[in-house]
Design a protein around this ligand. Structure first.
Ligand SMILES: *Cc1c(COP(=O)(O)O)cnc(C)c1O
Length: 814
């Protein structure tokens, strides 16, 4: 979309206060999620649950200059307001206007189940024939649909949108905005929101979407649907699909027999299609897609080609191989009786005799007594050996289940349960309402699938941060340094966790790292320490805050702000040189710096410097000198600005050893991993990183046998050698071979013998009772990260950042 503020006001009959010539291309609703302020308006959406007005101020602070709201809540300079009667209606009116400007074919999809799958499949089948726009994710509500429609531009030839409702009278509004030419009704489920009286009301409401459609393609397995559509829309072209043979398109042969292709009957024509997955839900959706493709005039061979190319997003039921030869079927997408039946059907296709069910409380508002009786009855038909019930509701009905039945309050309890952790050779069905996060069970069961992992314990990181915080005043802010892929621990996962725990700032080395975080939903302010010239553009677009360390950088960055027409004061951080002799402004530059800063469109968020030797008491004098210079020069700088930026100089060991110089903020890095130069503090920290693998093979060697490349080790006597699948390509330095380094098995240290290979190394374990498949610790507790760094003749920082990306990172948190 691209409208001026004046047009927006006119189209929606709203009042404009301010600049009428601003161009608007994007909408923001959530002030935490504003990545680019350029050409963006902030819409304060008021719903019965929430008011967006409270986020206006922070949107403006981030630099948004156009606010659309039901009231002008603040007097703010340089902000253009569009005052609307109803924020949701504004969006809908705009979307309606927007859609009318274009001439594209439209498909609208409604129903209880399968909307998103059908939409995605149609998109996959049609996007190379037509330039197609579709709703992102499952944006289909009173707000989601308009937002999706605003994505349409004049290149698009086809639009495929989901239309969902949750209450009566909503469809009429949506149909008014978006009357699709082709209307699709997917499966109508038995589970419906308690906002509807009954199924009939739900159907009546949904099919209103088709009021102005030319063609209606609908699931005709439900008789009520068939009758209603035939009554209401007799004059339209109607095509029904489904498993019943009364439909216009159905499957003629026994679809449960996987050895045969599906024989499709389409009106009076027959043809076969190969479809591997044979559960009812998938087949019904496939029939729907075929009906639409037929409507587009595709030949049968082309349709088959399209079906073959469909990516299996139908795998809502995901199956993964788990520990102890279990097969895990994960369906944590939603939980209702229909999806439960589908899941049961699905697991019956696997022939594993032993079956376990893990199921949680349902969250729908039906009479729970009746509901859980039905659940138990369905379950009892399936002959599960064990049933694990999670949640207080369903647990009350444990007596109804004919199986070994266990109850738990929450998912964590189950994961810790001893019995559950002993299940072997079974098919385990996970069926959970989303709020129970039952996918954690899946992660738990498949955890050790990866032989070599770097396990990051997020709780330990939080603990370590809190240990450092306890040394500080409560009001002192904290920046977490997540540069270099969070010191090798992982990209957004660590940052996301820190954001969740309200870290004040994040620090990265390069703009790319910051962009990566933003794209993964990180909205915490981010400082970029090496703002390279080519990256100024994305720094601004993604709302990142550069470290400015020289006049050259300051001027180039300012030029970019001007070029991009940035109106607000852009946040930057000034680096002072105090003794590290790396980057930063020196004392004699401060006068000129003040002048420049005051004349430019920038706001100094913070002034900082970095200590060279905060971990080394022999350099205490030098450190105190650095702090003194910082204090003096930062004060001088502040006196020249007419506001007071934050100041900070302490890194991890600075926090520990020089906490009286904490100023307004500190920057923690390696301390998060559990490393400290101070032995007292070190005792309080937890190791947050564990690099581990498993023994691939154990072999017996005789005296004189040589191990590995170049025969560097020869057995002094007969012994046992364990081979482990990590090598220098995983970031293990080759210099720790030949007994320079050790690894731990069962809490005992064993030497690495021979040269380290690219992907493997060999350990001398003598007659220690280890077996193939046992866990090997490269570092965690024994040996510790520090000990391992010593073997490598380096420091923990380098060890962590050297572990290659191919090593899978696993995150643990409660
Ligand atoms: C990396 C870094 C830190 C964090 O250092 P640690 O010793 O890991 O705490 C702090 N400040 C700056 C400028 C850094 O580059």
């Amino acid at each position: 979309m691209n409208y001026t503020t004046k047009q927006l006001a006119e189209i929606t009959n709203s009042q404009l206060i301010g600049d009428e010539n601003l161009h608007i291309k994007n909408i923001a609703f959530d002030s935490r999620n504003i990545f680019s302020v350029l050409n963006t308006f902030f819409l304060a959406i008021n719903t019965s649950k929430n008011s967006g007005e409270k986020y206006i101020y922070s949107a403006v602070e981030k630099g948004v200059s156009v606010i659309i709201s039901e009231r002008q809540v603040l007097e703010i300079e340089n902000v253009t307001w569009i005052i609307v009667e109803d924020s949701v209606k504004f969006l809908q009116d705009l979307a309606k206007y927007h859609l009318h400007k274009f001439d594209l074919k439209t498909i609208g999809i409604t129903g209880s189940n399968g909307k998103t799958i059908v939409k995605e499949w149609l998109y996959q089948s049609l996007f190379d024939e037509f330039i197609t726009v579709k709703s992102p994710k499952s944006f289909n509500s009173q707000i989601g649909l308009p937002i999706s429609l605003l994505e349409i531009n004049n290149k698009h030839q086809l639009g495929i949108f989901e239309v969902g409702i949750s209450k009566p009278n909503e469809m009429e509004i949506l149909e008014d905005i978006f009357p699709p030419q082709i209307g699709i009704l997917t499966h109508i489920g038995s589970a419906h929101s308690s906002n509807f009286k009954d199924e009939e009301q739900l159907i009546d409401e949904k099919i209103l979407l088709f009021k102005n459609s030319e063609i209606i393609i609908f699931n005709g397995d439900n008789e009520l649907v068939v009758n209603k559509i035939n009554d209401l829309y007799l004059s339209k072209k109607l095509i029904s699909f489904g498993l019943k043979h009364s439909n216009n398109i159905y499957i003629k042969n026994d679809w449960k027999n996987k050895n045969e292709d599906l024989k499709i009957r389409y009106f009076d024509e027959d043809f076969s299609v190969p479809v591997q997955q044979r559960d009812e839900a998938t087949l019904i959706n496939v029939l729907c897609v075929i009906a639409v493709l037929k409507e587009f005039g595709f030949s049968n061979s082309k349709i088959i080609e399209k079906l073959n190319a469909l990516k299996s997003i139908e795998m809502r039921l995901e199956s993964v191989n788990g520990l102890r030869n279990n097969l895990i079927i994960n369906d944590s997408f939603n939980l209702d009786l229909d999806s439960l039946k589908i899941a049961f059907q699905f697991i019956n296709e696997y022939n594993k005799p032993l079956k376990t069910l893990i199921i949680t409380d349902f969250v729908e508002g039906k009479n729970s007594d009746q509901l859980y009786h039905e659940v138990a009855e369905l379950t009892n038909h399936q002959n599960f050996g064990k049933v694990f019930l999670i949640g207080n509701e369903i647990s009350k009905f444990n007596k109804l289940f004919r199986a070994e039945t266990y109850t738990f309050n929450n998912t964590s309890e189950l994961i810790e349960n001893h019995l559950f952790n002993q299940i072997e050779n079974e098919i385990i069905l996970l069926k959970g309402a989303r709020k129970f996060e039952i996918e954690r069970v899946k992660n738990h069961l498949e955890l050790q699938k990866h032989d070599t992992v770097l396990e990051v314990n997020l709780n330990a990181i939080l603990h370590n941060i809190n240990v450092h915080k306890s040394l500080l005043k409560p009001e002192t802010k904290m920046m977490a340094m997540v540069k270099a892929y969070s010191y090798g621990l992982g990209g957004y996962e660590v940052a996301e966790f820190l954001q969740h725990h309200h870290i004040d700032y994040l620090g990265v080395a390069y703009a790319d790292e910051g962009v990566d975080l933003r794209k993964n939903g990180i909205t915490t302010p981010i400082m970029v320490m090496n703002p390279e010239q080519h990256s100024y553009d994305i720094i601004i677009d993604f709302n990142l805050e550069p470290e400015i360390y020289s006049f050259r950088v300051l001027e180039l960055f300012n030029q970019q702000l001007i070029r991009k027409g940035i109106q607000q004061k852009y946040p930057i951080h000034i680096k002072l040189e105090t003794g590290m002799h790396r980057l930063g402004f020196k004392e004699d530059e401060l006068g000129e710096l003040i002048e420049k800063l005051n004349s430019m469109n920038v706001k100094v968020e913070s002034i900082f410097s970095h200590l060279s030797s905060s971990d080394d008491f022999n350099e205490k004098e030098y450190t105190l000198e650095q702090i003194e210079v910082f204090k003096k020069n930062s004060e001088k700088l502040i006196s020249g600005l007419n506001y007071t930026p934050l100041r900070h100089i302490l890194n991890t060991s600075g926090i520990v050893n020089y906490s009286e110089y904490q100023f307004d903020m500190v920057r923690i890095g390696i301390g998060m991993a559990g490393i400290s130069s101070n032995t007292e503090i070190k005792k309080q920290l937890q190791s947050a990183v564990s690099f581990k693998t498993v023994i691939s093979q154990i072999s017996e060697v005789n005296q004189g046998d040589s191990i590995g490349y170049s025969r560097k080790y020869r057995a002094e006597s007969g012994t046992r050698i364990a081979t482990i699948p990590v090598g220098y390509a995983d970031g293990i330095p080759r210099l720790i071979g030949n007994k320079a380094g050790n690894v731990g098995i069962g809490g005992i240290i064993f030497p690495i013998v021979g040269n380290v290979c690219m992907d493997m190394m060999m350990i001398k374990i003598d007659d220690f009772a280890a077996k193939e498949g046992d866990e090997v610790i490269i570092f965690n507790s024994k040996p510790s990260l520090e000990e391992f760094a010593d073997y490598c003749k380096t420091i923990p920082y380098e060890v962590l950042t050297s572990i290659s990306r191919r090593v899978k990172r696993i995150y643990i948190k409660d």
